[in-house]
Design a binder for this molecule. Sequence first.
Ligand SMILES: Nc1ncnc2c1ncn2[C@@H]1O[C@H](COP(=O)(O)OP(=O)(O)O)[C@@H](O)[C@H]1O
Ligand SMILES: [Mg+2]
Length: 308
Amino acid sequence: MPERHAKLSFSGMGVFILQKAKRTKRDKGLGQQRGKGGYMIKLKNISKSFEGRGEKTYAVRGVSLEIEQGEIFGIIGFSGAGKSTLIRIFNQLEEHDSGEIHILGKSINHASHSEIATIRKNVGMIFQHFNLLWSRTVQKNIELPLEIAGVPKKEREKRSAELVKLVGLEGREKAYPSELSGGQKQRVGIARALANKPEILLCDEATSALDPKTTEDILLLLAEINQQFGITIVMISHQMEVVRRICHRVAVMSEGKIVESGSACEVFENPKHDVTKQMVVSDDYGVTASVLKEYEQEKGVRYANIAV
Ligand SMILES: Nc1ncnc2c1ncn2[C@@H]1O[C@H](COP(=O)(O)OP(=O)(O)O)[C@@H](O)[C@H]1O
Ligand SMILES: [Mg+2]
């Protein structure tokens, strides 16, 4: 059975993701208020190590980067490169050892518990294996962050109904995760991540457990969420096509460092670092241009970064 699609109207159906037009058209006021350059996330020389058997291993080494409001920013790299550790620093699931970090215009080097709670509320996250609660229905999974935030029942129900609609799961509200397909589970994960109306959505290998067609559906949904709500998305993936299609800019990680970064087009068309070259060549995603074209025609959308 094909995945159901979010029933949202696509404004400007012919061109769905138009990087330049979208970036200039978007209201950047919020980001500009938050950081001088309109950034949502700014890291300066961030490092993070783990101790094990008396040894210190650096997962992240001196990373500096800025992610602008409203962009879809990709982080790619082979397994063990430090990608997950890096984005877990963005919402302080991991505490960095050194360096400066600003999220939503706020320094979180010495943030209090309540400041960290505010950051977590404004930074949603989705995962490769969905991390749903198996004993809760779709609706109750989506309501969980709202319950934690103390939102009254009526309001929770209203918000979860909106989110169910947004992610295309109408009719499945009472289903349990075990009754859902992988794509549907990720839709619940997305809805839950959006419950508190975050400004940033972190995606750690969010499509890596899904088949190519379902991956397409989820990417479409994420791109639509970015476009409709202006939510900044940070997307980790080892699947090149995923990043190539929806990310505006990309950073390549290797051994804890960012070894290359630039617009998605630049990085994929003219990879400079050996790791980037290897990743581009080792792409195993396997969707051909003709399949993509058919999909685009069917959905009336167009991906920005693919020439077909
Ligand atoms: N909690 C942890 N304890 C010890 N080592 C860790 C921990 N998390 C990650 N690492 C190590 O940090 C490095 C980077 O891991 P990770 O950030 O998960 O990379 P990626 O997401 O790119 O695969 C790896 O060597 C990994 O073993
Ligand atoms: Mg990882």
